[in-house]
Design a protein around this ligand. Structure first.
Ligand SMILES: [Zn+2]
Length: 250
């Protein structure tokens, strides 16, 4: 390989490690969300040896400045410089770890189906991991705020005030994931959940980044809100995956 061809095949980017899995004796395949190159899977050679030059820099939830070389199928990580030591403080705390894993899984699914918004998804995820590692807010609030913003970037911004179907100004007393959030008395399909007004207010705070409002919320409303957010994200993710499968069959 000439020196020039090596240079043209080498690139740098910042990336979050979403997950890793073993490859052979000492290597790993790392699923990355990069700042400028979307989601990609790359090989890290020798990373499982104790003498690895990568140390712990390619563990899940680490943010690093990477150098990669284009490979025939998967690119290869040749250098990794840690940018934030988020991974360490998250891995040592079970509540934070569970939240980080859920965020990474959502980021992986959203950027797998939509590469166009991956740079915004990268910035959102790094911000949420930083907030989680600092213990800035309750982990479950950071998760729900992250989820609401991530699905908004993907084009499914929920409404917690005006009716998602007809635009009637709120507040409203029903929530419907398939219609896009709060629904008025006229638009409300049978069986729509009727959350507390405080829960709708909490979710609006989490979506807009009003942390003073979110931090002051009560546990019961956080729990109810988490259920609505999970249902909302699940509904939109499954619908997108299904519609992509239909496209592939054509
Ligand atoms: Zn309506």
């Amino acid at each position: 390989m000439s020196k020039q061809s090596f240079t043209t095949r080498t690139y740098r980017d910042d990336a979050v490690v979403l997950r890793t899995h073993k490859l052979g004796e000492a290597d790993r395949i790392i699923t990355l969300l990069t700042h400028h190159h979307g989601q990609l899977r790359a090989v890290a050679r020798g990373v499982r040896r104790t003498s690895s030059k990568f140390g712990a820099r390619l563990e899940p939830f680490m943010v690093a400045d990477l150098q990669l070389v284009k490979g025939r199928s998967l690119d290869i990580v040749t250098q990794a410089v840690a940018k934030g030591s988020y991974g360490d403080s998250i891995a040592k705390n079970y509540d934070r770890y569970v939240v980080a894993a859920a965020m990474a899984e959502t980021a992986e699914r959203l950027t797998d189906v939509d590469g166009e918004t991956s740079s915004l998804q990268y910035q959102l995820l790094v911000g949420a991991l930083a907030s989680l590692s600092r213990g800035a807010h309750a982990p479950e609030l950071i998760l729900d705020s992250y989820l609401l913003r991530a699905v908004s970037i993907a084009g499914w911004a929920p409404s917690f005030d005006v009716c998602a179907r007809c635009g009637e100004p709120g507040p409203h007393d029903a929530f419907n994931a398939s219609l896009g959030g709060a629904v008025c008395h006229e638009c409300r399909p049978p069986g729509s959940p009727a959350p507390a007004r405080q829960t709708m207010y909490l979710l609006a705070c989490l979506l807009s980044g009003d942390w003073a409002g979110a931090d002051a919320s009560e546990l019961a409303h956080r729990r109810e809100g988490a259920g609505l957010v999970a249902g909302y994200v699940q509904w939109h993710l499954e619908r997108t995956v299904r519609s992509l499968r239909l496209v592939e069959r054509v």
